[in-house]
Design a protein around this ligand. Sequence first.
Ligand code: IPM
Ligand code: MG
Length: 394
Amino acid sequence: MRSAGAAYDGKTETGTVRRRFGTEETVKLKIGCISGDGIGPEIVGEARKVLERIAVRYGHEISWTDILLGGASIDAHGVPLTPEAVQAAKESDAVLMGSIGGDANTSPWYQLPPDRRPEAGLLAIRKELGLFANLRPALLYEELADACPLKKETSEAGFDLLIMRELTGGLYFGARKTTVENGLRTAVDTLVYNEYEIRRIAVKAFDIARKRRGKVTSVDKANVLDSSRLWRAVVNEVAADYPDVELSHMLVDNCAMQLVKDPAQFDVILTENMFGDILSDEASMVTGSIGMLASASLNDTKFGLYEPSHGSAPDIAGKDIANPIATILSAAMMLRYSFDLDEEADAVEGAVKQVLKEGFRTADIMPQKDAAGSGAACRKCSCSEMGSLIAERI
Ligand code: IPM
Ligand code: MG
C-alpha cells in the first residue's frame, strides 16, 4: 500500500501510476474533513458515506482527520482557525469541507471583531494553503431543466460552464481600514494584483479550457480599474502560449447580464476574486439550485480543498433537509483532481445523475406540486436519504 494524491509539499506520488500500469493497487486517501457550521456536518456526512462506498467498491483505504474551522473552531478555541488546524490540513492529501458561518443577525460569532468571525477563518486557510485557483463548475442537469429560472428556450439549450475564480488576492486580501476623516466615518479596501498572481491563475484557466471546449472568457472591469487593465494585459500574454484556445474579454457588468441571457456561450470564465464570488452565485442560481454546485480550491500541487459553492444555511441546519449533492460532487472533484481517480469520480457523478433521473429530489430541487410535466414523477427525499441513494448506485 502507498499514499496517493500528492501531499501539500507535492513530494508523494499520485494515483496515476496505478492506472498507467493497470494494476489493482490499493490507494490510501488521507483526507482532512472540515464539517463546519450550519448544514455542514449533515452534507459532509453524506459525502463521506459516498466516498466510503467508493473505497469499498474500488478497494481503496480512506483515513479521515477532523479539522475545526469557522464557528466550530470559535466555539472550541475562541478563534476561527488555529495553527493546528492548518497543520492538519497540510498533512492531508486533500480536504473535504462543508460550510462555515452562521446567521449574522443572531449568532454570537458576529459580535466578534471581523478578523475573528467564521469567514475570516475560511479566507485565512485558503491563504495559508496557497489555494489560489477556485474552480466552480455550473451545469444544467437535463433532469432539473424545469428548475432553471431562465426562458424555456435558454434552459432547453442547456449550458456547462466553469468559473475559474482567483482566490487569494484582490479586494478580499488587500489592506483595509475604517477611520474618521474630517468628521466622516470612512472605510477603505484595496484591490491589488501583481502579474505573477494573474499569470498563474490564467495558466490554470487555459489548461482546463484545453480539456473542455477550448474557450476562455476573461472577465474584468478594464474600462475603469487599473488592476483590470493589468489583468487583461497579462491574460493576453498567457494566451500567446495557447493558440488552440480561443480567448475573449468581457466586462463584468456585461458578464452578469450574459449569464442570464445566454449562459451556453461560456466555457471557462476566468476572473478575479470578488467578481468570481459574485458571478459564481449567479451562475449557480441559473442552474436551478445553489445546492447542486461543487467547487475545488487548488494550489500548484495535487492538494485541494473541496467544498460546495453554497453557504451554511443555518435556517435549515439539523433538519435533515439540505441538499448534499454539491458536497458529494465536490468529493468527486477531489477524486479527480487530487487523486487522479477519474473512473471513481465518474462513478460518483454518474450516480448523482442516476438518482435525479429516477426522480429523487431534496426539497430545494423538488418541483412545485402543481407544476406540469416531470414534477409528477418526482419523490422528495431527505439529506441522508439522498446520500444513501447516491452511495447505493456506485
Ligand atoms: C464563497 C463565500 C466566501 C467567499 C465567504 C464565506 C468568505 O462567499 O466561498 O464564495 O467570499 O469566498
Ligand atoms: Mg460566495
